[in-house]
Design a protein around this ligand. Structure first.
Ligand SMILES: Cc1ncc(COP(=O)(O)O)c(C=O)c1O
Length: 279
């Protein structure tokens, strides 16, 4: 980056934002580097100008949606035109149908559409739809899907995320239950309760956890025939991973401590002697 770049005004606005905006940023992103632009006041095509007058090319297209470039005249003219003849209303506008027809035409698997306003809303709707159609409760996920409780990792006092939205609860008809999971450096602990009984803690991290491998655990066996419920809660309490690793594995921890940051549980599959009862 040329030495001439300065971010003085961006930094001043960011400092003020700490007092005015929760988390400082309206977007999902916090500034990731000390010397980087934070506030932009103008964009056209692929170019953006920050409040300090620096010019950039946005190679990410605003993380996706700005496919045609910023302030694309045909789009902006159409928005201006509709603003002059319509208004924000809870009623419908015929243009919704026009867009729906175009999307169905372009997206091969789309039969009908539903417009939502944010990614978080859309991912929650997708999960509800999947549960409704499949009649199944569990959802496999990876990566960022928005800030809804159900997509947040772990729980714990102070995060505001109720563990109920994250617990894995499964009901089954049978006599034994267990799971396959993925162990690795970023794994944490879980607590398991069978039929609402006492919670037992299981560390999904052990002395070998410098690499990923498949694990498994039997959480209940020899149960009486009939319906049982298993509730798994991901623990948010951190623990001393270095102390758990074998002596010869500790250099890996010392070299890459960030690899060990997580407290995840990667559930692969549920094992049952019996069958799951879909709820
Ligand atoms: C894959 C994915 N899902 C959901 C979201 C959340 O979208 P929003 O911030 O509009 O709620 C994002 C945002 O970056 C995303 O990348």
């Amino acid at each position: 980056m040329p030495a001439a770049y300065s971010f003085t005004d961006s930094k001043a606005l960011w400092a003020e934002a700490q007092q005015l905006i929760a988390g400082g940023s309206q977007g999902t992103r916090q500034p990731e580097a000390e010397e980087a632009p934070i506030y932009f006041e103008r964009a056209k095509g692929c170019r953006m100008w920050d409040v300090d007058g620096n010019e950039f090319i946005d190679l990410l297209c605003s993380i996706g949606p700005i496919l045609l470039g910023y302030a694309y005249d045909r789009v902006d003219d159409a928005v201006r035109a509709i603003m002059e003849t319509s208004f924000q209303s809870s009623m419908n506008h015929p243009i919704q149908l026009e867009l729906a027809r175009i999307l169905i035409d372009y997206v091969p698997c789309a039969e009908r559409v539903r417009f939502l306003k944010t990614g978080t809303e859309a991912t929650q709707a997708a999960v509800r739809l999947a549960r409704q159609i499949t009649g199944r409760a569990h959802v496999a996920r990876h990566g960022y899907h928005g800030w809804a409780d159900m997509f947040k990792r772990g729980c714990g006092i102070g995060t505001g995320v109720h563990h109920g939205s994250w617990d894995t609860v499964y009901e089954f008809d049978g006599t034994a239950a267990g799971f396959y999971d993925l162990l690795g450096p970023d794994c944490g602990g879980i607590s398991v309760a069978v039929d609402g009984g006492r919670e037992t803690g299981y560390r999904r991290f052990d002395a070998y956890c410098t690499y990923r491998r498949i694990g498994g655990y039997e959480v209940a066996s020899g149960l009486s025939t009939g319906r049982h419920t298993v509730t798994v809660t991901v623990d948010s309490a951190s623990f001393d991973k270095r102390a758990i690793l074998f002596e010869h594995n500790r250099p890996d921890y010392d070299e890459h401590p960030d690899r060990y940051d997580g407290l995840w549980w990667y559930l692969g599959g549920i094992l049952l002697n019996g069958h799951e009862v879909n709820r």
